[in-house]
Design a protein around this ligand. Structure first.
Ligand SMILES: [Zn+2]
Length: 498
């Protein structure tokens, strides 16, 4: 009995699977020739693109342009057609950088503070402050009349914070500032002075670097104006200044200026035309980003180049390999490849392309985005955009899951796609601006790791075999979509909200 029941169950499963395969979306599904993706190509390209030669490919710098030119040249050699602006492989856009000006002056009592050396002004603004300092212990309960019209000073305090970000110093400090600045600002203060505690002090070098670089935007940014307060400077001094700040009758004199710069950034865009005269007017978009975090001297760390081998040279070279595979055997629909610029500064390349696509937006049938696909456990991966509220096309998800079952058989993570996940990973890569435009979209990733955004994210740390499997999976998914009778449908009632 037991045996026949289980074999009955097995046949039931087989029938379900066959029914699934006969669904119109899969009707044309022939297996992608994944061997066309060659591990040796991926390895060679990865070591070239994540080499020190490109100095970390920082958005808005010549290094990003150089890396983009290299990708375009490799795409050309692979036989991909240009699909950017004016018959080129490129789509340029302007990156706007704003920062606190180095000519700002900050004085507490008799001591002048040096910007980025012993003081950080947390966000660009214009302000002149000359007011007494009131040191407080509890930002939550302090009375408005105690601090109104004055400069409020406090130590970073972990009191009452159980946030998981506490485990990472720079996230913790950002979180503390976000938590208190608005509350204090609402009580009419002239400026806020945060003094490092031990944990915040660890975040200091990074905060100084970020402040020196400033914040970035493009016209139409999805994350506009991250500022907490307008015209009320948020000042952060190191722990050694605690006694000075606590002295009674202390005064802050500060003049804060800001400055802005405009730089070119660029998307690289290429295509392989589909074989079907009608369906070739539709595109499966393969997406990644070529930029990373550039050169950053970090206290106590010898290597200053952030090569971003996993993030996101892996996907950049995966797209080249997928392009070559499509050249060998085109799909019925066309394959479009976009290496987005300025992802690390705020998903700007993808925001720009989703707003200004070089093919009609309605012709984009799916976006398959990858970010970091070569690390962590060899047998596991994540696919995001597969559970509500991020799920925007069951058709597309089913294809990707089927291709995982037919191919790499990764154990798929079930946590990072959740809206409740504290990292908000779903919102941190280039599929997001497309999903916002109601284009079926998926995000392939092998998730962060201890080398994430450090100089140790190097080619030598990448699991090339896993990278190959992930690339083949993205390719097989896109190949199936390109050959399906019907384009993947958007989930009924899908509305992407954060
Ligand atoms: Zn990335």
């Amino acid at each position: 009995m037991r045996k026949s029941a289980s074999s009955l169950f097995a046949s039931f499963i087989t029938i379900c699977f066959l029914l699934l395969l006969s669904h119109p979306v899969f009707a044309q599904a022939k297996k992608a020739p994944v061997e066309a993706i060659r591990q040796s190509d991926l390895k060679r390209d990865l070591f070239l693109l994540a080499d020190d030669h490109f100095r970390g490919r920082e958005a808005g710098t010549l290094d990003e342009l150089k890396a983009s030119a290299w990708i375009a040249e490799e795409a050309r050699k692979a036989g991909l057609e240009p699909a950017g602006d004016d018959g080129t492989y490129f789509q340029f856009f302007s990156l706007i950088r704003e920062r606190v000006s180095g000519s700002s002056t900050i004085k507490i009592g008799d001591r002048s503070f040096n910007l980025w050396k012993d003081v950080v002004v947390y966000e660009p603004s214009f302000a002149t402050v000359d007011a007494p300092v009131v040191f407080i212990d509890d930002a939550d309960t302090v009375a408005e009349e105690t601090i109104k019209g004055k400069v409020v000073a406090l130590q970073f305090t972990p009191k009452g914070l159980t946030d998981p970000r506490k485990s990472i110093a720079w996230r913790y400090s950002g979180f503390v500032i976000a938590a208190w600045a608005r509350k204090l600002g609402a009580k009419g203060v002239k400026a806020i002075v945060f003094v490092s505690d031990d944990l915040a002090e660890q975040a200091w070098p990074r905060a100084a670097q970020y402040s020196n670089r400033g914040s970035y935007q493009i016209e139409g940014s999805l994350f506009t104006n991250r500022q907490q307060l307008k015209g009320i400077p948020i000042i952060w001094v190191r722990k050694e200044a605690l006694n000075l700040v606590r002295e009674p009758d202390q005064r802050l004199k500060a003049t804060i200026y800001s400055e802005s710069f405009t730089y070119p950034s660029v998307n690289v865009v290429a295509k392989v035309k589909g074989a079907d005269p009608v369906l070739s007017k539709e595109y499966v978009l393969f997406s990644g980003h070529q930029d990373h975090d550039g050169v950053r001297a970090i206290e106590g760390v010898k290597d200053s180049i952030l090569n971003g081998a996993d993030d996101n040279a892996t996907v950049s070279v995966a797209l080249l390999a997928i392009g070559r595979a499509f050249r060998q055997q085109p799909g019925r629909r066309s394959a479009l490849f976009v290496w987005h610029g300025s992802e690390e500064r705020g998903l700007f390349g993808s925001t720009w392309y989703a707003e200004h696509p070089t093919v009609p937006r309605e012709s984009l049938v799916a976006v398959l985005n990858g970010d970091m696909i070569g690390m962590n456990a060899p047998d596991s991966a994540a696919l995001l955009g597969i559970i509500p509220p991020h799920l925007n096309s069951s058709d597309l998800v089913n294809i990707a899951l089927l291709e995982n079952a037919r191919g790499p058989k990764f154990k798929l993570d079930t946590e990072w796609d959740k809206a409740t996940h504290f990292e908000s990973w779903y919102f941190r890569s280039d599929h997001y601006p497309y999903a916002k435009k109601n284009i079926p979209a998926l995000f392939f990733s092998t998730l962060p790791h201890p080398l994430y955004h450090t100089p140790a994210d190097e080619s030598t740390a990448i699991n090339i075999e896993k990278l190959t499997k992930m690339t083949r999976w993205m390719y097989a998914t896109g190949f199936a979509v390109a050959n399906a009778a019907k384009r993947p449908q958007l989930e009924a009632g899908f509305k992407l909200e954060r």
